[in-house]
Design a protein around this ligand. Structure first.
Ligand SMILES: [Mn+2]
Length: 328
């Protein structure tokens, strides 16, 4: 599975690593683990992302080796690079965001390593495995295949990818293999409570209060099978909470008995809405996200669309209702 990618790594020197817009723990962990490994091999590695690294992941990158794309700073590096490796990126170039134009124009070899149901379409060489819960599991496998000596920081970065994408080892397809991998990472010195605390217990009081507000806004449809709620920009401003702090609000309604699909819509710009979908596993929400040009996993998916918050919500609810009815 890895031989082509290993050959490319062995035969080149200048690498760029990138991930998807709206960085998460899997994207960041996968990037950092791969970057440290390539660096140990004597490669020249630059990580370039569309977004800034959320502050609760800064502990993984104490030397701030992750860059947020700026054309003046990075276009010459991209121009000189030989290989671009994208991790955790499904679908098309738009999932990479602003650096994608420079990536596209470069003569580099494009490599994609991903675990979403929609494979990357922009890469020359792709490894997509949908039976792993995180892209970081694939990075682990690649590094093992390359006889990597795992440092505590590589192990920790991979652990973060697996732990966050699996929702703390809950979401499918978390399985025995996931836990076997995690057991090895713990043996390499990862401290689960330290990592958990760094990532999840770093929020502002305002964010918690906003969460309380959102909980009071949850409505249901289809006899409680659908839970839904929205947030607009004004409400974020009122609470003094930015968009990047709203991770973890996408499944608030999933806690309710009988809810099969949770829909969370966020106003992200002028006439622009981000759709977040979670299911109890009985419905493929990635297919709904696909219909809006998005993607994800069978039980956790999303998309960004043009439209007004309430109109988009009516549309999404109709689609979910249609599927629920057709399943009867
Ligand atoms: Mn992932």
């Amino acid at each position: 599975m890895w031989q082509k990618i290993i050959n490319i790594i062995n035969n080149h020197t200048r690498f760029i690593i990138t991930a998807h817009v709206n960085l998460d723990g899997d994207a960041i962990g996968s990037e950092l683990a791969l970057a440290e490994h390539l660096d140990n091999l004597g490669k020249d590695v630059t990580i370039i992302n569309n977004d800034i690294t959320p502050s609760n992941y800064h502990f993984l990158d104490p030397k701030t080796i992750i860059n947020t794309y700026s054309p003046s700073e990075h276009d010459s590096i991209i121009h000189q690079a030989e290989v671009i490796i994208s991790v955790d990126v499904s679908g098309g170039w738009e999932r990479i965001g602003s650096p994608s134009e420079a990536f596209r124009q470069s003569k580099t070899i494009k490599v994609g390593i991903d675990h979403h149901t929609t494979p990357p379409t922009f890469a020359d060489i792709v490894v997509t495995v949908t039976t792993v819960v995180a892209a970081a599991e694939l990075i682990y496998d690649l590094l093992v295949t390359m006889n990597c000596t795992f440092s505590q920081t590589i192990a920790q970065a991979i652990y973060v990818g697996i732990m966050t994408d699996s929702g703390g080892f809950r979401f499918p397809p978390t399985n025995a293999h996931t836990h076997q991998t995690v057991a090895k990472l713990l043996a390499m010195g990862v401290d689960p409570y330290y990592v958990y605390h760094q990532i999840y217990n770093q929020h502002s009081l305002q964010r918690l209060l906003l969460k309380g507000h959102l909980i009071t806004c949850i409505k249901t449809a289809m006899n409680g099978q659908i839970a839904y709620y929205t947030i607009d920009k004004q409400t974020m401003r009122n609470y003094g909470v930015t968009r990047s702090e709203l991770g973890g609000f996408t499944n608030l309604g999933s806690e309710v008995k009988g809810v099969r699909v949770n829909i969370f819509l966020m106003e992200t710009g002028e006439n622009e809405v981000k759709i977040g979908l979670r299911s109890d596993g009985t419905i493929r929400v990635d297919k709904i996200a696909n219909s809006y040009g998005g993607g994800g996993h069978p039980s956790a998916a999303g998309a960004t669309v043009k439209g007004e918050l309430n109109e988009v919500m009516s549309d999404v609810i109709e689609k979910v209702k249609h599927i629920l009815k057709s399943q009867k």
